[in-house]
Write a protein that binds this ligand. Structure first.
Ligand code: GLP
Length: 245
């Protein structure tokens, strides 16, 4: 695993954007696995900036997002489709037809997940998967549990995740209770993984993920078994890992 420790959130965002840029420059028709949440926001802003300066071209890029809330329409401000449009897709020359996010309004969410697995396969798999980290060690919406879920599936969100994400909604009651997420196998099949983490709130999860046993109780711990992981984290997120990695 390659590790970059940065001074702060801004430097983490820039480093992560550099890694995504390198991927797109070296392989213009890359399949990017994309993540939402507050962690990658700065990275997307940096990518948009470099696109505007003419340094990046997304014309041939394809994307597949990790997850989406069940029940939120694509135009809902907290849907992950909206997030992606707002932070990246609306500002760069990616072909909208090449961007994929599960449909939160699908009448049959389980069927939507099966279809989504096929979408990923049809694209030939993911070249670079960007990941954030939940405070409880989740990746995508793969919550701590008794088994690693394989491919895209419907999940019941944990209370702590509903709580953590309630800051984005008018009230806790407005947070959807379910989501669709790529599974651990879908993520592990990506050729390369870029894990981002910022802030002290992620320090414990990072420590457990990389120094503890590989266990579905800490979904991110599976990344110990991936051959090509790059971790970009700021000092605060790395604070419990000093001297351990
Ligand atoms: C959400 C998302 C994850 C994200 C995590 C952390 O639940 N499904 O993909 O990594 O929360 O979010 P944040 O980056 O806002 O801390």
């Amino acid at each position: 695993m390659k590790i970059y420790v940065t001074e702060d959130y801004k430097a983490m965002s820039r480093k992560a954007a550099n890694i995504v840029s390198a991927q797109v420059i070296l392989k213009p028709n890359s399949v990017l696995g994309l993540a939402t949440g507050s962690t990658p926001e700065g990275m997307y802003a940096q990518l948009v900036d470099w696109y505007r300066k003419g340094d990046l071209d997304f014309a041939a890029v394809k994307s597949v997002n990790l997850d989406e809330y069940v029940g939120l329409e694509p135009t809902h401000e907290q849907s992950y489709r909206y997030f992606m449009q707002h932070h990246l897709f609306d500002h760069v020359n990616i072909n909208p037809a090449n961007t994929n996010v599960p449909d939160g309004l699908a009448a049959d969410p389980a069927g939507e997940c099966t279809w989504y697995n096929q979408v990923i396969r049809n694209m030939g798999g993911i070249d670079l998967q960007v990941l954030g980290l939940g405070g409880n060690g989740h990746i995508g919406f793969n919550e701590p549990g008794n088994a690693f879920e394989l491919e895209t599936h419907v999940v019941d969100l944990k209370e702590e995740t509903i709580e953590a994400n309630s800051r984005f909604f008018a009230s806790r009651d407005d947070v959807p209770r379910q989501a669709m997420t790529m599974g651990i196998k879908s993520i592990m099949m990506a050729k390369k993984i870029l894990l981002m983490a910022s802030g002290e709130a992620k320090a414990e999860a990072l420590k457990l993920a990389f120094t503890g046993p590989v266990t579905p109780q800490v979904p991110a711990s599976i990344l110990q078994l991936h051959p090509y992981v790059t971790l970009v984290a700021d000092k605060a997120a790395m604070s419990k890992l000093e001297g351990l990695l």
